[in-house]
Design a protein around this ligand. Structure first.
Ligand SMILES: [Zn+2]
Length: 451
């Protein structure tokens, strides 16, 4: 296709073609990307008809598909509810009752496709997500992802204390939860030719005994699945973890003792890490999903992002729907940028702030790296799979940007940082116009249909 093309690259730069072509082969791989003028055989030099049909979608901007490293599939219906509560009160009032609805397979079968369509419509082409505790609902969620075409790594939530699970005996829950997780992993990990994956998903230390954490980490190790949980989100939670796990040195050590740290692990939040915890996560190459919108919505805190990045921590972005009220990763970038500016102004931090292109990188290639998938997705480079989105950077609410008269900085179309800044800070709900995974069109509200 012919479009403006903006992408981070594996060597740490950003490429931008104001008139570019990305060519995708029949297997859904990017065969070629570069300036349209250099695309031999597709765009004829004299401006006549191309030898190979090229869909011209200029002035839309094509970006790599966004990677959401942390979301909760059953929670989208309650997104935006419960602001002002702390984490544990919010879970009990708004989340556990909602997830219990997933005991009904039909509810899950109805909701899951709508969630994937919603994610695609805001440009998310890869999601790492939690389900509910019910195995049947997870099969429904995987089937929905398989049909929809989104790239999804999902896991059944495991809890054997502070739970909504009906079993009384923690040991019974543990046995059943392990059996069901193993069965789901066997069925879905690597399915759809590697587009679907399984993440063993103990909810967090407060909801899991040390036995469950250990057994779940062992399952991930044996199967090559991912392992995901939450860490160091909220001061009240951290204090409670200290009380329940007196033998552990700190929160990260709870997971370390369970054998849960490593490059296949994605920990959500990690807001309040001590220096020891930070060093341990870096040393074990454990990955983190930074969820700034959720962290402010639930007043959990603001991650010292620049310091953690400087220490070498592998960080991508997560919406944490519904702890975060908005599934859009552009919104997550915006809130993240504001939150980091708040840190700088209030605390006088001197680390360099991230610019718009840095946030785009965090929401694409860094997320892919966190999942160990950067060889396949995360940037628009030849040889990678064509997980792409097309966005209209000229759309701004409440009126089109063009209706405001000539831009003072003309035109934004020539400057990738300006384009990224516009998408992050002046987003329009319908600016994502199309999304593809492996070159195949994803369906969602407002998205163009057809390949
Ligand atoms: Zn979460």
């Amino acid at each position: 296709m012919r479009a403006r093309i903006l992408s981070p690259t594996d060597d740490g730069r950003t490429t931008f073609h104001r008139d570019g072509v990305v060519a995708v082969d029949a297997t859904g791989r990017i065969r070629w990307v570069g300036p349209a003028a250099d695309h031999e055989g597709a765009i004829s030099p004299d401006g006549g008809a191309p030898a190979v049909p090229v869909i011209d979608i200029r002035p839309l901007v094509v970006l790599p598909g966004l990677v959401d490293l942390h979301a909760h599939l059953p929670q989208l219906p309650n997104a935006g509810l419960g602001a002002g509560l702390d984490l544990l009160a919010w879970l009990r009032r708004y989340i556990f009752p909602l997830e219990q609805r997933f005991a009904d397979e039909a509810d899950a079968a109805a909701l899951a496709p709508a969630v994937f369509r919603a994610l695609a419509s805001v440009g998310t082409t890869t999601v790492l997500a939690y389900g509910a505790v019910y195995a049947a609902s997870m099969h429904e969620a995987f089937r929905a992802a398989e049909r929809h075409g989104i790239r999804a790594i999902l896991g059944k939530v495991m809890m054997d204390r502070i739970t909504y699970d009906e079993e009384i005996e923690p040991s019974t829950i543990l046995e059943r939860s392990m059996r069901e997780s193993e069965e789901l992993c066997g069925r879905w990990h690597g399915a759809a030719d590697g587009r679907l994956g399984y993440a063993v998903t103990p909810r967090f230390a407060l909801s899991c005994t040390a036995e469950m954490l250990r057994a779940s980490a062992d399952l991930a190790e044996r199967t090559g699945a991912w392992w995901q949980t939450h860490v160091s989100e909220d001061p009240g939670e951290i204090a409670e973890v200290g009380r329940l796990f007196p033998e552990a040195r700190d929160y990260v050590d709870v997971y370390d003792r369970a054998g849960g740290l490593g490059p296949r692990t994605v920990l959500a939040h990690a807001v309040h890490l001590t220096d020891r915890e930070l060093t341990r996560l870096v040393d074990t190459d454990t990955r983190v999903a930074h969820c700034p919108a959720s962290n402010l919505f639930l007043a959990s805190g603001i991650m010292p992002l620049a310091r953690f990045l400087g220490a070498g921590l592998g960080i991508g972005l997560g919406s944490d729907v519904a702890g975060g009220p908005d599934p859009s990763m552009f919104s997550v970038m915006r809130v993240g940028a504001y939150a980091q500016n708040a840190r700088r102004t209030l605390l006088g931090e001197s680390e360099p702030s991230l610019g718009p292109l840095d946030w785009i990188r965090m929401g694409t290639l860094a997320g892919a790296r966190a999942l160990g998938l950067a060889d396949r997705i995360g940037s628009i480079e030849a040889g990678k799979e064509a997980d792409l989105i097309a966005v209209d950077a000229g759309l701004t609410a409440p009126v089109r940007h063009a209706d405001l008269g000539a831009p003072q900085h003309e035109p934004i179309d020539d400057d990738p940082a300006d384009i990224a800044s516009r998408l992050i800070f002046r987003p329009h709900p319908e600016m994502v116009r199309a999304a593809w995974v492996r070159g195949r069109t994803l369906e969602g509200p407002g998205l163009a249909a057809g390949d």
